[in-house]
Ligand binder design. Structure first.
Ligand code: AMP
Ligand code: MG
Length: 445
């Protein structure tokens, strides 16, 4: 996994996931009938040591090969200086004519993307994910990706898929699924299953669909592994800290909710998939994981029902994508300026989720109140963590851990992530310092 601080402006634009997808949607409308997507590798392989190294480490890597195969880019190796026996005259002429167009200076190795006659020379010092992202960004507008976006679950969601005849159905099924999930899990909707469970607290267990049961079970387990930092029973505390009104509750009202917050009150019975809140007043709230969970479900549905091999759900900044090695190029917003870019990441994971104060918090007399509650105190988190980005195999896990780490802080949070397989995290603190889990390699240009 490689991350890079916002380095070179031009490259940044090329890699900026959000920008290139917007570009893609614009291009769909004016897609030329024929598009030439060529990637040429000029190799002085008879004598050039760096060419041999590059070929071995990049060109022949599974990542590069897989990318070329999936992206439908026409990739060609052009061998120089052609002392090799057995090369036909027409092949030599072919290489020479391409070199006269795209490699007049005769530099080797050289990788050039040619998009309808326009050439772009790639920087071969980049780590593979960045190189692939750069190539992808050159051709993306022509690869015919389309997007659909909607305000849903209190956030702007965006879908990106490769265009096909039934694209609108694929989008519609995705939106319907999210609506269905929202109706089921929202604790703010009095008709939802979550609200029914909440009303039944201290009274009786409620039978729920297996998927819902698994969600509650996952959340309860995550509460355990995060030492209670993540807790879906935090709802009573969320209610008294009303972010919309920016009011600070009295100590008495904070005290009154302390005894009804805790995952120990969730009783699960796997044999009949029932959920029971053991104490009256206990309430569930999936606010911390709803978006990641919904994004996962859409991705799964697209894979299973439409056989998609490319698809990205951007759930208000929480990104989940179909398993695809070269895929996610994610921008982490700058905590000081939500429109600015702090990092871009090339990851081979399925989900990148960010939890940060700059999305929701309020301030009274210079004191900032986070939208994330420490379940132990039932008060907004006071740590100096300003944003947490988690890279995980799925959105649910990423979303839960991002919230948990905001509560745990950088030392315990990074320690936890380092113990978990296939998960990485980046923590930004208000003083500008950054913390990375072990699997993240930073690359500075
Ligand atoms: P996120 O933006 O993903 O971190 O989710 C924040 C939302 O999750 C809040 O608006 C609350 O509804 C809920 N929440 C706040 N603190 C916690 C917590 N410690 N554990 C679980 N959910 C929480
Ligand atoms: Mg979360």
């Amino acid at each position: 996994m490689y991350i890079s601080p916002s380095f070179h402006k031009q490259v940044l634009v090329a890699l900026n996931y959000k920008q290139f997808t917007i570009l893609a949607s614009v291009f769909v409308l004016s897609l030329p009938l024929f598009s030439q997507r060529k990637l040429y590798y000029f190799s002085g392989s008879d004598w050039c040591v760096s060419c041999i190294k590059f070929k071995k480490e990049v060109i022949e890597s599974n990542k590069f090969r897989g990318f070329i195969k999936r992206s439908e880019i026409d990739f060609e190796i052009l061998d120089f200086p052609q002392r090799k026996k057995g090369l036909t005259k027409s092949y030599i002429n072919h290489c020479d004519s391409l070199a006269s167009l795209y490699n007049k200076e005769g530099s080797f190795p050289k990788l050039v993307s040619v998009d309808s006659g326009e050439a772009f020379t790639h920087n071969l010092k980049k780590a593979i994910p960045f190189l692939l992202a750069e190539i992808d960004s050159i051709f993306s507008p022509l690869i015919n990706k389309i997007q659909s976006s909607k305000k849903i679950m209190g956030s702007r969601f965006k879908f990106t898929i490769k265009n096909r005849a039934d694209s609108s159905i694929i989008f519609q099924e995705g939106w319907s699924l999210i609506e269905k999930i929202e109706k089921e899990i929202s604790s703010w909707d009095s008709l939802s299953l979550t609200s029914k469970i909440n009303r039944n607290a201290g009274l009786s267990p409620l039978k729920v669909p297996i998927e819902f049961f698994k969600l509650v079970e996952y959340c309860k387990n995550t509460s355990e592994i995060t030492q209670g930092a993540f807790d879906i029973t935090v709802k009573p505390a969320v209610k008294i800290w009303d972010w919309k009104k920016s009011t600070v509750p009295s100590e008495e009202s904070v005290d009154s909710v302390l005894s009804i917050v805790g995952s120990k009150y969730i009783q699960l019975n796997e044999s009949d998939t029932t959920v029971f809140l053991k104490k009256k007043g206990v309430e569930l709230d999936f606010g911390a994981v709803g978006k990641g969970y919904a994004a996962d479900k859409v991705i799964q549905m697209w894979e299973n029902e439409f056989n998609l091999n490319y698809g990205v759900v951007d759930a208000g900044g929480d990104i989940v994508a179909i398993e695809n090695e070269d895929k996610l190029h994610v921008i982490i917003p700058n905590p000081e300026n939500p429109n600015g870019v702090k990092y871009e990441i090339g990851v081979s994971a399925n989900a990148v989720v960010t939890s940060g104060d700059y999305f929701r918090s309020f301030q009274i007399e210079n004191k900032k109140y986070s939208h994330i509650i420490n379940p132990k105190t039932c008060k907004p988190v006071e740590s100096s963590v300003s944003s947490v980005t988690v890279i995980a195999p799925n959105g649910l896990m990423g979303d839960a851990l991002a919230t948990a780490i905001t509560v745990l802080g950088e030392v315990v949070g990074i320690g936890l992530i380092n113990q978990l397989p296939d998960v990485e995290a980046i923590i930004n603190k208000t003083d500008g310092s950054e913390f990375f889990s072990e699997g993240i390699i930073t690359t500075y240009e």
